[in-house]
Design a protein around this ligand. Structure first.
Ligand code: SAM
Length: 233
């Protein structure tokens, strides 16, 4: 259902829902991670160039620093990124349940690359008290299926913050909504009790705003996923 402005308690409602559905969502994601893996592979392919630039600037092989916005339980992206050598990944998520799962998976199941590390930051990605980085201090930012849970004005603000955090030549891999809508609300998303919200500028509006923020778009595609959302059964 498309609606008007986002509710005042938007973030709390999204957090409550993801806390409740974390297990169900993550079980489903395992079966639908092909698209994530395909774009992550492209992102990783382009990263060495960004990291090499960092090395040339400082003269020392600094770890590649990647921020993941809305990392969920870390599958497959945080795990894949942290498996690279000499990489530091910062996984952020609003949901305590998702972050707890990501931490547990990282501690018990993931194999980190040589010299690599991972840390987690819980909270709203749009809150400067949760995420704040020095200008040019990140090599990459990944945001898969997470930015569209922000009101679209906040998505624009995140583009500006992200471009500032990235070093020149740094990379952003992000999913946005292909449809333009200020608020799409489902009262019962994956299960009877799970409220959910999405927002977006649409394909053209998103590309315009990415350009205005200072991004050069190198790969762009409108992907239609065939998602058999039958979480209740
Ligand atoms: C659809 S899931 C995607 C999870 C993972 N990136 C993936 O590819 O499966 C969206 C995630 O974004 C998180 N999220 C939603 N709003 C957020 C916000 N304002 N700040 C940080 N994380 C947020 C949710 O808690 C959830 O884990």
């Amino acid at each position: 259902m498309s609606g008007d402005a986002p509710p005042a308690d938007l973030k709390a409602r999204i957090k409550t829902s993801y806390d409740a559905i974390a297990d169900v969502y993550n079980e489903w994601t395992k079966k639908h991670s092909d698209l994530r893996s395909r774009y992550l592979a492209q992102f990783i392919e382009h990263l060495p160039a960004a990291a090499a630039a960092a090395t040339a600037e400082t003269g020392t092989p600094a770890p590649t620093r990647i921020l993941e916005l809305g990392c969920g339980a870390g599958e497959p992206s945080t795990r894949t990124l942290a498996a690279r050598p000499n990489t530091h990944v910062i996984g952020n998520d609003l949901s305590s349940a998702q972050i707890a799962l990501a931490r547990a998976h990282a501690a018990t199941e993931w194999t980190l690359g040589a010299g690599s590390s991972v840390e987690f930051a819980e909270g709203d990605m749009a809150d400067a008290a949760v995420l704040d980085f020095a200008p040019g201090s990140l090599d990459g930012v990944v945001a898969l299926y997470s930015l569209f849970h922000l009101p679209r004005e906040e998505q624009t603000a995140m583009m500006a913050r992200t471009v500032e955090w990235l070093r020149p030549g740094g990379l952003l891999l992000a999913t946005f909504s292909g449809a333009a809508a200020e608020a799409v609300v489902m009262e019962k998303w994956l299960r009877e009790e799970d409220w959910m919200f999405w927002s977006g500028w649409g394909r053209e509006g998103t590309l315009e705003r990415l350009g205005a923020a200072g991004f050069e778009v190198v790969v762009e595609a409108l992907e239609e996923e065939n998602v058999d959302v039958d979480f209740c059964g």
